[in-house]
Every structure is written in C-alpha cells, then in structure tokens.
Design a binder for this molecule. Structure first.
Ligand code: ADP
Ligand code: ADP
Length: 223
C-alpha cells in the first residue's frame, strides 16, 4: 500500500523533515508512527497525502508513484485517503451531520446517497443520535469521533491520523484507538502518528520509531 524508497524531505529553511527513509506498509496493516517532537512523523503523513513533495527518493501509495501525479490527480489520490487531525478541525457553524457530509459534497456524491452514507459513518462511531447537534454541544471525545466519521464517510482504503488523541484523557484515548482498530478489522489500512507510548504499549500493532527523520526501530512494542 505504501512504500518509501530513500525519501528525504528538506524544507526551504534547511530543516530535514525526513532523511533517506525507506519503509513498506502493506495493505490491511495498522501501524503506529512514534518518536520525539520534530522526528518527522507529520512530514511522513504529509508526503503520503501529497501535501508536501520529497526532495529526493520515491513515495508509492496504492501502487502509484506520487512523483508521476500531476496537481490534477491529487484530488483523486485524496479521495482514497481519510485524515484525522488532533484538533479535529470541525466547522462549528454546521451541524454534526453537515460536518460529516462535507467530503461527500466535495466529491460530488449524489444527494440521495449522502444521508445514508453519513448515518452509516455516524453509526460506526456511536453518534447516530447526535446528527442534528452543533459540535459545541459535544464533549471533546465526541468531537474527535465526529472527525473520525468525517474521515471515513467516503470509505477510504487508507486512514491517516496525526496525534488523534492529543487532547483526550487516557480512557477516551483508548476508546478512539478502539475505533481505529474497528476500521482496520474491516480491511482499512491505518497509520497513526502518536507519541502516546503508554497507550500504544497496550495495543498489539507494528510500531515505527522515527528519530531525526530516520527509522530508529521497526517492530511490535515487545521486540
Ligand atoms: P513531528 O511530526 O515528528 O513532530 P515534523 O515532521 O513536524 O515532526 O518535523 C520534522 C522536522 O521538519 C523538524 O525539524 C521540523 O522543524 C521541520 N519542519 C516540519 N515542517 C516544516 C515546515 N513547514 N517548514 C520548515 N520546517 C519544517
Ligand atoms: P455500504 O457498503 O452500503 O455503503 P456501509 O457504508 O455501512 O454500507 O459499509 C459496509 C461495510 O464496509 C461495513 O461493514 C464497513 O465497516 C465496511 N468498510 C470498509 N471500508 C470502510 C471504510 N473505509 N470506512 C468505513 N467502513 C468501511
């Protein structure tokens, strides 16, 4: 599903985001990306989404060499990817339903299909009863679940999350990780950048540890 070959990312200010990173993530895997602040976790996710371009090396996503994508092809790539952010980036002047519907409206899903899709996504995150509320009426954990529903509403094959539990207490964080595991179980490839090591240690998934843009360690948390 994802292959990095000797990928370096040097930002215009000279900072190295990644330094000759090579890795392979198979379809259907669930992987944590961890490492200190500045290790390159966000850069890795941004390269997968084509929000940044590598300075050297190759990134393949779903068999596609991203260097061969023109800017016209990028929306098509993004349609196959769902993204969850730490601060969930919900629109506070729209209802839960309308927030989750946004990706479908953007990609031109027929209106009669939108309601069914949005409710299927809200059901999966346990928020079916909240569709008419505004985000301000929800708890932090519920807001993050709306963010997840929005990320999966178009049924992407790949789900990326950047510190999705950053603002949540341990119990809610574990619940959010459980939702990602649910999507992984039905075949979605899941990549989560997180420095919540105590939580990751309770979950049995591959963990890639970055340090200064290179791969320090690749394994499960036991070895
Ligand atoms: P992490 O997500 O692990 O905290 P990042 O990928 O955000 O790491 O950052 C890796 C390195 O790249 C850091 O040195 C950071 O300062 C630098 N960096 C990240 N984004 C930018 C940017 N837009 N412009 C300049 N430097 C950046
Ligand atoms: P439909 O296929 O009719 O649109 P659903 O949206 O409810 O119905 O999804 C059907 C099945 O596909 C569910 O079991 C769901 O968990 C699974 N599924 C596969 N990939 C995804 C994804 N990326 N996001 C959400 N559900 C998915």
């Amino acid at each position: 599903m994802i292959r990095f070959d000797q990928v370096s990312k040097r930002y215009p200010n000279g900072h190295m985001g990644l330094n000759k990173l090579s890795l392979h993530i198979k379809t259907g895997e669930m992987v944590f990306i961890t490492g200190h602040s500045g290790a390159g976790k966000s850069t890795l996710l941004k390269l997968i989404m084509c929000m940044e371009r590598p300075s050297s090396g190759q990134v393949h996503v779903g068999g596609q060499n991203l260097a061969e994508l023109s800017s016209d092809d990028i929306p098509y790539l993004r349609r196959q990817v769902g993204v969850v952010f730490q601060n969930h980036q919900l629109l506070f002047d729209r209802t839960v339903f309308d927030n989750v519907a946004l990706p479908l409206i953007i990609n031109g899903t027929p209106p009669d299909e939108i309601g069914r899709r949005v409710r299927a996504a809200l059901d999966k995150v346990g928020l079916l009863s909240r569709e008419a509320l505004y985000p301000i009426a929800l708890s932090g954990g519920e807001q993050q679940r709306v963010g997840i529903a929005r990320a999966v509403v178009h049924k992407p094959a790949l789900l990326l999350a950047d510190e999705p539990t950053g603002n949540l207490d341990p119990a809610l964080s574990a619940e959010i990780m459980g939702l990602f595991e649910d999507f992984n179980r039905v075949g979605v490839t899941v990549i989560i950048a997180s420095h919540d090591l105590p939580l990751i240690a309770t979950l049995d998934h591959r963990m890639l540890t970055l340090d200064q843009g290179t791969l320090l360690r690749d394994g499960d948390q036991h070895g």
